[in-house]
Design a protein around this ligand. Sequence first.
Ligand code: SAM
Ligand code: SF4
Length: 394
Amino acid sequence: MASQLPDGDPAPSNGSLPAGTSTNGPFSVYVHVPFCRTRCGYCDFNTYTAAELGGLSTDTFLDAARAELDLASTVVGERQVQTVFFGGGTPTMLPAAELVALLGAVRERFPLAAGAEVTTEANPDSVDQDYLAALRDGGFTRISMGLQSVVPHVLATLDRTHTPGRGVEAARWAADVGFEHVSLDLIYGTPGESVDDWRASLDAVTAVPVDHVSAYSLIVEQGTRLAVRVRRGELAMPDDDDLADKYLVADERLSALGFHNYETSNWALPGGECRHNLAYWRGANWWGIGPGAHSHVGGVRFWNRKHPRAYAQALASGVSPAQGREVLTDDERRVERVLLELRLAEGLPLDVLTPTERARVPALEREGLVGVEGDRLVVRRRLLADGIICDLLD
Ligand SMILES: C[S@@+](CC[C@H](N)C(=O)[O-])C[C@H]1O[C@@H](n2cnc3c(N)ncnc32)[C@H](O)[C@@H]1O
Ligand code: SF4
């Protein structure tokens, strides 16, 4: 969740959606927990250390999140949810009992569908075996562990506080206590990281029974300590060729282990795909609870006040915490589908394209950039996906 919120239109104080907005279709809930013990130098997510919060308590956040759940259920009615995702920040900064109680608050308003996926992100430092067992017993089905790297100098450059072995150990504990799905987040392209360093981090996947890997290229976000260090010349970011090599190394290594690249930056064993993220990419409806959280319901996007204090104050005064919203036109929704679904291995139904766009497909196909599988268009050269989409769109 990047630090800048869009401008958008004002959002109504009672949280209502425009008349006629359809809330039909699969529904998911995201909960943003905006706490971290320390801030990693590369991260500009909407998250705060205790010192930055100036005394704002986790109880204030939990009360506000419950109040927003009440508001959400008033607006969309009682809906079964297919997936729930706790992200952050570091949701596992909350005691396990509080995280489980917050999931209980979600379930009271939004009962879980049979076989629902319930994920939390976790930092290796903030969990132990008992903690993970409590989450498992409390109804969580999936853990997404922020491993990033197993190489000491890479972890140091990223300001990660855990030892190289801790992330692997924590992922193993998650599997041991019975989580159905365990995912690792990895980052490549950290200054000073060699291809062999990156291979070592990928090898961690062989050391634990994980069924999902997200591999992100390190982004230098403005305003972060990393950006300052790069600007001062203290750290040199790798060039595009190095990043492309590392992406291909990841794809080769993970494919050899039976993982398939189901989204540009995500690989899974069959059945290990993250259903919550698939819901985002397929344009489903979800309500984002928490400071700065974004929601999408029936073609309406809205986003909450960013600071936990402003978020909690709005809810304590009985008004919606939404700061702005945009009502997407049919064409904006169509373009979003093209942008998001072409990131997926399953691709995009060809009939989403306009006739002019469809007429561009054969040329791209001859260059080996895209392929047509039945009635769907798929990107063949994933590293060039952004350029391919630009060439395709009107
Ligand atoms: C909310 S964090 C995951 C949970 C926990 N806070 C942690 O870091 O272990 C989500 C993920 O975003 C990724 N991320 C954050 N900032 C990034 C950046 N600037 N470039 C690439 N990936 C980034 C990291 O891989 C991180 O694991
Ligand atoms: S622990 Fe995770 S959310 Fe927190 S600062 Fe680091 S990467 Fe960002």
